[in-house]
Write a protein that binds this ligand. Structure first.
Ligand SMILES: C[S@@+](CC[C@H](N)C(=O)[O-])C[C@H]1O[C@@H](n2cnc3c(N)ncnc32)[C@H](O)[C@@H]1O
Length: 308
């Protein structure tokens, strides 16, 4: 596949390692998916640890997709719903319509999904969701910080799929305040899933009262010290180890006491990314926490250490 067919202003198409179509953003300076491939990543980090069989014969499954992009995460969840299928109440947050438009133009992307799943993606594109009671879908376009507040107060979620660009590129969607807002939307036992292993993100989720687990790598992904985070609202049952996750290692626990754990902050919900990053550097300089490179040195030799 060549990139040119799907190139749009600031978005460049590329095939990922598993052959699935993805994009790279010039504005954010980052690809939408990791080297394992878009489809592999969506399955390993979102649908597998969601343990969808828990919702077999349940009345409903409530999902919030943060940064819908090309729609992979929602699509893998819909593809893997258990039978008998629960009613799906779905909300999506996304700034830019073009990633989904570009994906739906690609025959290879369309060919990945069952007809009913493709119909849902087309519903997001054309109708901002769907209304097919008891299944409902609401796509909110715009900055996820303000869109989150437009979801009715009483709405809670069993699954939140947090797939923003990385904290250094898109810190506004990884702040203490935004993550607390997402955490507050989790139903008892609800799970927030993300590819991020950032100590700042994890520490914010922990302060929001969630229990943390480490995600396992997707097939084909380079094995490092962690491949993401599952954060669980107390009140349900979640085993220490499960399909796609394990407990934190001692190294990961210590990471939360280093400077890397200083949170991204955005108390008014409207700071620019550079303002958030600059303030965090100042807070890191003033904090008494261990420098992250001392932690790195201590654990050097452990699985391909890389701090983010
Ligand atoms: C890593 S991609 C998401 C990939 C997506 N989950 C998928 O499966 O294709 C990040 C997405 O965040 C969106 N985005 C960036 N800033 C945003 C913001 N402030 N609010 C909402 N979406 C944002 C980008 O347009 C992009 O689609």
């Amino acid at each position: 596949m060549t990139g040119s067919a799907a190139d749009a202003d600031g978005l460049r198409a590329y095939p990922t390692a598993d052959g699935s179509f993805s994009l790279e953003s010039e504005r954010f300076g980052e690809p939408f998916h990791n080297s394992a491939g878009a489809l592999n990543e969506a399955r390993a980090k979102f649908s597998r640890p969601a343990e969808l069989n828990r919702f077999c014969a349940a009345d409903r499954l409530r999902i919030l997709d943060v940064c819908v992009g090309l729609g992979y995460n929602t699509a893998v969840i819909l593809e893997n719903l258990p039978e008998p299928t629960p009613a799906v109440q779905w909300w999506g947050l996304e700034l830019d319509r073009r990633p989904l438009d570009l994906a739906l133009e690609q025959p290879t992307f369309r060919g990945l999904w069952r007809a009913d799943v493709l119909e849902r993606l087309e519903g997001i594109q054309a109708n901002d969701g769907w209304s097919d009671p008891p299944n409902i879908g609401h796509q909110l376009w715009g900055d996820a910080r303000t869109a989150l507040a437009r979801i009715p107060d009483q709405q809670r979620f069993d699954l939140i799929l947090q797939d923003a660009f990385s904290p250094q590129r898109c810190p506004e969607l990884w702040t203490e305040e935004f993550l607390a807002g997402l955490s507050a939307r989790l139903a008892p036992g609800g799970r927030l899933l993300t590819y991020s292993r950032s100590a700042a993100v994890r520490a914010s989720l922990q302060r929001a009262g969630l229990q943390l687990y480490s995600l396992l790598p997707a097939p084909g992904e380079r094995v490092g010290w962690s491949s993401g985070t599952m954060a669980v609202q107390p009140g349900g049952s979640c085993t220490a180890e499960g399909p796609g996750w394990r407990p934190f290692s001692p190294m990961e626990k210590e990471h939360l006491f280093t400077r890397a754990a200083v949170p991204f902050r955005d108390p008014d919900g409207e700071a620019s990314s550079s303002e958030i990053l600059e303030k965090r550097v100042l807070e890191q300089q003033a904090c008494g926490l261990e420098p992250t490179n001392a932690w790195q040195r201590r654990w050097r030799g452990d699985a391909a250490l890389q701090s983010r």
